[in-house]
Write a protein that binds this ligand. Sequence first.
Ligand SMILES: [Zn+2]
Length: 385
Amino acid sequence: MPEPNLPKNFLRHLKPRLPEMLATLRKFVTTESPSLEKAAADRCCDIMAAAWRKRNARVERLAQKHRGDHLRVTWWPHKSRSSAQLLVLGHYDTVYSTGTLAKMPFRISADKAYGPGIFDMKAGIVQALFALEALQESKIALSKRLVFLWTSDEEIGSDSSRKLLEAEARRSDAVFVLEPSFGPRGLIKTARKGIGEAEIIVHGRASHAGLAPQEGMNAIHELALQIERMQKWNDLRRGVSVNVCKIEGGTRTNVIPERAKAIFDLRALRAADMRRIEQRLRALRPILSSARFEIHGGFSRPPLEHKISATLFARAKSLASQMGLALGECTVGGGSDGNLTAALGIPTLDGLGAVGDGAHSAHEHILTNTMPARAALLAALLATT
Ligand SMILES: [Zn+2]
């Protein structure tokens, strides 16, 4: 049984460490790490590797050809040789290209710290680093190996890290994702929609709109009918959304268009709904005679269903209450790597990272005073799961 005052003990250790947390955060944020710029991302990977090495953890750099290197940090508790493992997951890449710091410098003002990628999610990585420090100094006998995986391409779909993080998740009893929390109260993300994209390309037949309209097959008309049909798949109550987000087609006014294309954003809260939408997509047939079309795409991230995070959230809530904090939860429409680990059936808790606002925008910031408690909560979860 965990000691009843465990989170509070961690918090007592971590509160005076806030200046050091912010100094580390400054280093991470001022080393820009855009997903698409390998050389820059690798420099951030260097800085992070050095910070983790200082904690006497085993740090492995997993070299990537086109993306920043991934970082795997392993820490074995002193006594245990058990093969059980917990995974802490996050990404150090950001959506901001090199040079953004000039317009959006790292700064601290009135308990808020600003900078590119600070909320999504470098502050989360710093919290994890100090959670490990708190665990080490507490000398608590952990029963499981801790693996921290920091990847470099989450913001662009995790192509180079997906296999790695899925393999690591399969070896783990639980996955804690340091993505930003939601809102000023720092809600944990206990459900995330699955995300997909579908492309429909209609092939019609061009003809002179005035001289021979009967010989044409209007690709835009067919596409419009398909869009109308697919928009009816929306079921917001069930968390299903299907939205045409981009269309193109036609050449000029007197030509019946022979080609039209639409791209749809697909979201679903349940795996069953995701599969149903994919079946419906594959079953689509032309409405107008002699139209033809191609359909590409589907879901790239399955949903993180609430049932997969419920037990971990209950524990987190109870640990937080021991620090006098009321921890809330929420469902979000956006995906993360937590969707991938949850889809494997591994208990996953997401949104454990920083409290703040403005991810991917000029006012991206975190609330600095929340960092010690969030780090203490993670330490307590790692000690009791
Ligand atoms: Zn993120």
